[in-house]
Ligand binder design. Structure first.
Ligand code: PEP
Ligand code: MG
Length: 555
């Protein structure tokens, strides 16, 4: 029996034979080219073919896996067109007189090592993207390569895929029905393998290191996506222990699935609305599959982030309408544009700010740019004719902001009325509580809106003066801090005093350990990633609301 230790990045236990994804060295030897004109044109054709393939892969992903993975291939297509990357290739062909394959290989090495040396873990992971695009272009140049690129399937059984790390183009080509789990030598929780495993809901362990050798190919193993342990050829006692854990996890998953169709209610009859957070209409299938009872946060800015120019009224209408129709009368809360800070959109030409989290972001941009705001509000109101849409404004700090937002809504409704375009004039209006200022004046704010939704990600950042983007703040960034939880209580009391409901749409909402505290505070709604709905429902249905306490609010 061999036990290897890695990092668990997607929970659960997989048991089965290891199948290694074999790759060649990826080395391309220098050869003299046939003149720069010929090599440039060979590169241009291979680049074009690669982009076409990547676009097809993006479409396949969008249909079979999800939006995040599709965007990844679109990013690859952009990398293949990147000015610096492409100039580096043409320069090498020109100066060195080599074949295009070698020039592409050198550009890939240069840019992937540049990314690998970056401090930011996410950026480091992008080195794999550059290598992937580079490999594709070289393959399309018709170079001889011993690189098989993808795993070779053997027989009809299922297996645990083992690899150095899987490139996105490899993961999309895998036959998902045959994969029980993933284990990789390198990577982190941001790596593609980890992202794919979480999307597929199967276990994965990464960063096992070089000990994960091909000598284990074909051997029976267990991987534990929580502890990060890989047990190869286990002895009888270990096998029994892991089998028991495996069965327990399967039972829990089964139990969660049995929650589909059940009410979101505690043992003593207190109801809570369990809604989902989404970023695009493509996420609706996950909402429906997990029986989400509404959308509590549609982050509309992703429409703007994905575009090269301002999305038109018609484009936005299509996105909001399809979400409203798919939810079939259930509430769909769409948050107006929340860009700035960590979400920059080039075509807005926003000035560079020293301190963007405190700068011109979210509703501040909308109020400064009435043209942009009006287009979005028109699309939202037009979509309200197709379902139960609610509009929510982010980053509110003052009553005047809410009044101005409402004025903009009234003016848009007036326009639509005059144009004879149908809309829902009862469309609910809410605000996000994500600044300490909004907590302190919550009672006054509540007089102007139909609901509150607490953005605990930003509320934690602004309450504790801790940048949410800086991973290094460690224990100082503490969303369980009594100040954050008390802020929730102040806002909830204000909401209820004024007769409106309050929800949470930040990450904290899916934290099962806080559910009793949220019930004690009187939170009415939790909006969480779709995969958190059923575990939350299961927890809610075995909780007695009356016995929940506010002890976490004490210091
Ligand atoms: C939040 O701040 O908690 C929130 C839900 O908004 P975002 O994370 O999009 O800023
Ligand atoms: Mg926020």
């Amino acid at each position: 029996m061999i036990i290897l230790q890695g990092k668990g990045v997607s929970g659960g236990i997989a048991r089965g034979c290891l199948l290694f994804c074999k790759k060649g060295s990826g080395t391309v030897l220098r050869e003299d080219g046939e003149g720069s004109e010929r090599e440039n044109s060979r590169f241009a054709s291979a680049q074009k073919l690669s982009i076409e393939q990547l676009e097809k892969l993006a479409e396949k992903c969008r249909r079979e896996i999800g939006e995040d993975e599709a965007v990844l291939f679109e990013t690859h297509a952009m990398l293949a067109l990147d000015d610096d990357y492409v100039s580096c290739i043409y320069d090498t062909i020109e100066k060195d007189g080599c074949r295009a394959e070698y020039a592409v290989h050198l550009a890939g090495e240069k840019f992937s090592s540049l990314f690998s040396s970056m401090d930011d873990v996410y950026m480091r992971e992008r080195a794999a993207d550059i290598r992937d695009v580079t490999r594709r272009i070289i393959e399309n140049l018709g170079a001889e390569s011993d690189d098989e690129g993808t795993y070779r399937s053997r027989g009809d059984g299922q297996f645990i895929v083992a690899a150095d790390d899987l490139a996105p183009s490899e993961t999309v080509q895998l036959d998902k029905s045959k994969i029980l789990g993933f284990v990789t030598k390198y990577g982190s929780s941001n790596s593609h393998t980890a992202i794919l495993a979480r999307t597929m809901g199967i276990p994965a362990v990464c960063a096992v290191g070089d000990k994960l050798g091909e000598i284990y190919d074909g051997q029976f193993a267990y991987i534990d996506g929580e502890t990060g342990e890989i047990v190869i050829d286990p002895d009888e006692v270990t096998r029994r222990t892991l089998d028991e854990k495996y069965e327990r996890i399967k039972e829990t998953e089964e139990h969660f699935r049995s929650m589909i169709g059940k009410e979101d209610i505690t043992l003593d009859g207190k109801r809570m609305m369990l809604y989902c957070n989404i970023s695009s209409p493509d996420d609706i299938h996950a909402v429906l599959a997990n029986d989400g009872q509404g959308i509590g946060l549609f982050r509309s800015e992703f429409l703007y982030l994905a575009a090269d120019d301002y999305p038109t009224e018609e484009e936005q209408l299509e996105a909001y309408r399809s979400a409203a129709s798919a939810m079939n009368g259930k509430r769909v809360i769409i948050r107006t544009l929340d860009i700035g800070a960590d979400k920059q959109v080039d075509y807005f030409n926003l000035k560079k700010e020293e301190n963007p989290a405190m700068g011109l972001r979210a509703v501040r941009i909308c109020l400064n740019r009435p043209d942009v705001f009006r287009t979005q509000l028109r699309a939202l109101y037009r979509a309200s004719a197709y379902g139960k849409i609610a509009i929510m404004f982010p980053m509110i700090t003052s009553v005047w902001e809410v009044k101005e937002c409402r004025r903009a809504c009234v003016s848009v409704m007036q326009e639509l009325r005059e144009e004879g375009i149908p809309f829902d004039s009862e469309c609910e209006i809410g605000i996000m509580i994500e600044t300490p200022a909004s907590v302190l004046i919550a009672e006054e704010l509540a007089e102007h809106v139909d609901f509150f939704s607490v953005g605990t990600n930003d509320l934690t950042q602004y309450t504790l003066a801790c940048d949410r983007q800086t991973g290094d703040l460690g224990k100082f960034f503490d969303p369980y801090h009594p100040a954050v939880l008390r802020a929730l209580k102040i806002a909830a009391d204000a909401a209820h005093k004024k007769g409106i409901w309050i929800g949470i749409c930040g990450e904290l909402g899916s934290d099962l350990s806080l559910l009793p505290t949220f019930l004690a505070i009187g939170i009415d709604e939790l909006s969480v990633p779709p995969s958190s709905i059923l575990p939350l429902r299961a927890e809610l249905r075995q909780t007695i609301a009356k016995t929940c306490e506010l002890d976490l609010l004490e210091t």
